[in-house]
Design a binder for this molecule. Structure first.
Ligand SMILES: *[C@@H]1O[C@H](CO)[C@@H](O)[C@H](O)[C@H]1NC(C)=O
Ligand SMILES: *[C@@H]1O[C@H](CO)[C@@H](O)[C@H](O)[C@H]1NC(C)=O
Ligand SMILES: *[C@@H]1O[C@H](CO)[C@@H](O)[C@H](O)[C@H]1NC(C)=O
Length: 365
């Protein structure tokens, strides 16, 4: 177990982390497990330097997309690659074990559903698993919005379905309607064993980047709406679908959590800095100066109202600390358009996947 302490200790923290991940599902007393997060709150902690990181060599991950491959795009500082998340208190996250992950997922389909932050996490997971079994055959296909990374020998499919709003956008004679109460794409997710949902960033787009002309809810239409309010309505549509249509004994559902951006350096008390440009170290603070992300509170509220035990990957805070983790000028927009939303790979989404791994492994399925 090396730096992660004795085996017994790791097993204990596995269980506790699972309890932390599962906490939200208990709000209505549907399950009476006792939740004792005790001295281990896995989503609170600090980033520590660990020379055994990163978890993979991006040059050995042939399908890593250019937009996330910061080293290939010329990033020279490498400190950002060597941080490990250290939960507060008496616990450590164990290291990702790709072989173990594949054996637990044998015969299963796992699908990320959402925007390019889902793509970011899916790419990270594919690189992490491929690195563990570099000799194992894989196939990679992309048809319309569905990307499919498969290991035929293990019968494991790691899928990504692009669906940035989760609810539908429908073309009508009067323009493109964002329908807050309609969820047609759900048929693509049906029967998938593990689903990891994410949506938020596209709700903020205005002007040319906004892919709808008006919002529709029932027979009411709106020119626009407070975006957090619209987001909450859409998430409630999603929540109703999950509660009424998905069988918890067959499907494990995660919500990826809100991935914070670092477009505004005042958020972390450096008003003179140009967003995430040239940041090389995580914030060493015990509270993010701008506080929680408002969308994060919406997600918590919606999940808490559900009867389905959705597991929240509560990654917002730990990612808020990583002002150094974005492609910045080593992304697709180069200097012209700094990318302070996505994450370099290897990087922060690898840790999101360690949480995903932990939670799946701690579940018997
Ligand atoms: C998520 O993590 C943050 C930071 O550790 C914490 O303040 C918040 O209560 C957590 N949310 C849930 C639902 O556990
Ligand atoms: C993904 O690819 C594998 C291997 O080619 C294939 O068997 C499987 O049906 C594909 N999955 C989906 C959902 O298209
Ligand atoms: C950021 O780093 C680049 C590359 O090292 C350098 O050319 C540039 O002057 C720096 N910009 C700022 C604002 O410090």
């Amino acid at each position: 177990m090396g730096v992660f302490g004795g085996a017994k200790f790791v097993v204990i923290s596995l269980l506790v982390i699972d309890q932390v991940v599962a906490t939200l599902g208990h709000a209505k007393g549907k399950r009476e497990e006792t939740v004792d997060t005790g001295s281990c709150d896995a989503f609170t902690g600090t980033w520590v330097h660990d020379g055994s990181y990163p978890l993979y060599d991006p040059s050995q991950c042939p399908f890593l997309e250019k937009q996330f491959d910061c080293l290939e795009n010329g990033r020279l500082d490498k400190g950002y690659l060597e941080y490990r998340w250290k939960p507060a208190g008496d616990c450590d996250l164990p290291r990702f074990d790709g072989r173990h992950f594949l054996s637990r997922l044998r015969g299963k389909r796992l699908m990320f559903v959402g925007d390019s932050l889902s793509l970011n996490q899916w790419q990270s997971l594919a690189c992490m698993v491929h690195t563990a079994v570099p000799e194992a055959k894989y196939t990679l296909t992309r048809v319309a919005g569905l990307s499919n990374f498969s290991f035929p020998e293990y019968g494991v499919q790691l899928l990504f379905f692009r669906d940035p709003f989760l609810v539908d956008i429908v073309s009508t004679s009067t323009g493109r309607a964002l329908r807050l109460d309609s969820l047609q794409s759900a048929e693509i997710w049906e029967g998938v064993d593990v689903l990891i949902f994410n949506s938020w960033h596209w709700w903020l787009h205005v002007g040319r980047k906004q892919p709808w002309d008006y919002i529709q809810e029932g027979d009411k239409t709106y020119k626009d709406m407070n975006r957090l309010v619209a987001y909450e309505k859409a998430l409630n549509t999603w929540a109703k679908w999950v509660d009424s249509s998905v069988d918890p004994s067959k499907t494990t559902i995660f919500y990826q959590g809100i991935s914070p951006d670092h477009a505004n350096a005042s958020d972390w008390g450096e008003p003179k800095a140009n967003a995430c440009l040239n940041q090389t170290r995580p914030l060493a603070v015990s509270r993010y100066p701008a506080g929680p992300n408002p969308a994060e509170l919406v997600v918590e509220r919606v999940i808490r109202s559900m009867t389905y035990p959705v597991h929240l990957l509560n990654v917002t805070y730990l990612s808020q600390l990583r002002i150094d983790g974005h492609p910045s000028m080593y992304g697709l927009g180069r200097r012209r358009m700094l990318d302070c939303s996505h994450w370099c790979l290897p990087g922060v989404p690898d840790t999101w996947n360690v949480f995903l791994y932990q939670s799946l492994v701690a579940h018997s399925f």
